[in-house]
Structure formats: C-alpha cells, structure tokens
Design a protein around this ligand. Sequence first.
Ligand code: ADP
Ligand code: MG
Length: 256
Amino acid sequence: MTSAAPKPEFILLLEEVNKSFEGFKAISNLTFYMDVGELRVIIGPNGAGKSTMLDLITGRTKPDSGKIEFGRDTDLTKLSEPKITQLGIGRKFQTPAVYIDHTVFENIWLSLEGSRSVWTTLFSRVTPERRDCIYEILKTVSLADKADTKAGALSHGQKQWLEIGMLLAQNPKLLLVDEPAAGMTDEETRKTGELLLSLEGKHSIVVIEHDMTFVRQIARKVTVLHQGTVLCEGRVDEVQNDERVREVYLGRKKKN
Ligand code: ADP
Ligand code: MG
C-alpha cells in the first residue's frame, strides 16, 4: 500500500490575510506557515504590520478576509481573545506587564494559578510541588536569586524575563514575543537570546525583533515583513543579502 507523504504539522497557518484600518492596508495578502516547535523571527521596518499580525493571531483584531488557523483545524478568526489565550497562545507585549508590588515568586505563582484571584492565591499555602514548579520557571528565566524581590525593583530586562516566565507558567503551545530586546542592555539582550533558544523545541515561538545582532544570535528561519506582506523568508544570511530586503531597510529606490 502506498501512502501519501505526511503533511507538515503546522502550529500556525495564515493564508491570504487582509486587514485595513480606515482604508489603510496594514496587512495585505499575508501568507505565513510555521511548524510545531519552531523558533521563528519576524523582522521588518516600522509600520510593516508585525504587531498587527500578532493582534490578528491573538484575536485582538479580526481580519477582513483570509484564513488564520492554529494547529490542524482551529479557526482563530472565529474565536475571542480570551478563548485564544485559553487554547495556549501566549503573548508578550513590548512593555512588561508584571505586578510591581508583588515579589518575583508571587508573580509566577499568580500566573500559575491562572483563574484564581490574587487574594485567594496569596493567602493560600504554596504546596511543595508548586514551589518546585515556580523555581523551575525562575531558573529558566534566570531570576531564581530574585525570588523575594519586588517586581517593581527589577531592571527593565529582568521585568521582561519575569513576564516571559509568567507566560511559561501558563504553558503555552505558541509563544508570541514582540520586541523583547527593546530598551535592554547588550548583556540583557544576549541573555534574552539564550533564554529564547533554551525554549526552542518545547514551545513554538514567534519573536519580533529589530536588533540585528540579536536576530543573528537566535535566528533559525527569518521572515521579513514589509507593507503587511511577506517580502522574503530564509536563513538570516540569506535575508540580509536579499536585494529587496536591502532596498526596504536602506531606503534605496527600486529601479523598475
Ligand atoms: P509594526 O509592528 O510592524 O511596526 P504595526 O502592525 O504596529 O507595525 O502597524 C502597521 C500599520 O497599521 C501602521 O501604519 C499602524 O499605524 C497601523 N495600525 C495598526 N493598528 C492600528 C489600529 N488599531 N488602528 C489604526 N491603524 C492601525
Ligand atoms: Mg510593532
């Protein structure tokens, strides 16, 4: 018996997606596929539609047309933002959103408990299993030695890692990270790269980034977005040498 070649297992599929804001086409015939376990970097000039693409995946905005699917058969265009989060799509925005008056440990704990209220969680006893789990996450994001520090006292970079830890506590299948290195020192940026690489394979991850040193550090496959659509895709050296990408980034005029 002959069998057909297995279909690649997509975690995310966008086909011919369009989105306009008051006549302005922010996303234009966008087609994008990502495999399970992939770490994908998306780059592109300001206004290219990168954040809007994440808004469309997470249900924050709805497309005017096109397909957006999670896994084999979940149509994300029909679902609300909270429902999409529940399915296992976690998003990290550019500015960290942590509970500044609570400790680093408590921040992870609160995320782990999810639907329980802050009050109920913090006035309950943390079980040894929970504690282990929290420390496991804190180690992953290099904050174990800051467990008892108030989140508000962390550096900008550490707050970003804490928020990544809070997302990990929800064990997302797909993690969307928007410009994690923005505002970080070089050393923090490098450590963020290591953190994301350490998550590769365990989670599928989309990272949007501007910092090319950082992109070179973490990049496997890079997608270049321009005017709401994919300009090119490939290894980091391939896209950096692509004439169209150079035109977009260096603002050179097209000859034709
Ligand atoms: P990027 O993240 O690549 O810098 P964005 O996705 O934020 O780009 O924005 C793409 C374009 O869409 C920009 O011109 C932006 O002004 C516009 N845009 C994004 N979201 C909205 C919105 N909610 N309403 C109106 N315009 C928007
Ligand atoms: Mg953006």
